[in-house]
Write a protein that binds this ligand. Structure first.
Ligand code: SF4
Ligand code: SF4
Length: 76
């Protein structure tokens, strides 16, 4: 269970401090080497039963998706 940040990310950093499990790193620290923000799937718990805090903070619609389903965490 984890979320994923997609290439519509505008690198605003709004999600970084909101994650309760500190699972998000920016592109400079992405362990895959890709130039995109990264969510550690080993520590992200999709915020338990709550709306993902990262998605709630994100200004870019549909940017953060559930990794399993590919569906946006928040749909307008
Ligand atoms: S869903 Fe929650 S735990 Fe996972 S990266 Fe987003 S804020 Fe962190
Ligand atoms: S809040 Fe959204 S747009 Fe901003 S850095 Fe995080 S994923 Fe990217």
């Amino acid at each position: 269970m984890a979320v994923k940040i997609t290439d519509t990310c505008i690198s605003c950093d709004a999600c970084l401090d909101e994650c309760p499990t500190e699972s998000i790193v920016d592109n400079d620290e992405n362990p895959t080497g890709e130039d995109i923000y990264f969510v550690n799937a080993d520590t992200c718990d999709e915020c338990g039963d709550n709306v993902p805090a990262c998605a709630e903070a994100c200004p870019t619609e549909g940017c953060i998706i559930f990794a399993d389903s590919g569906e946006p965490c928040i749909e307008d």
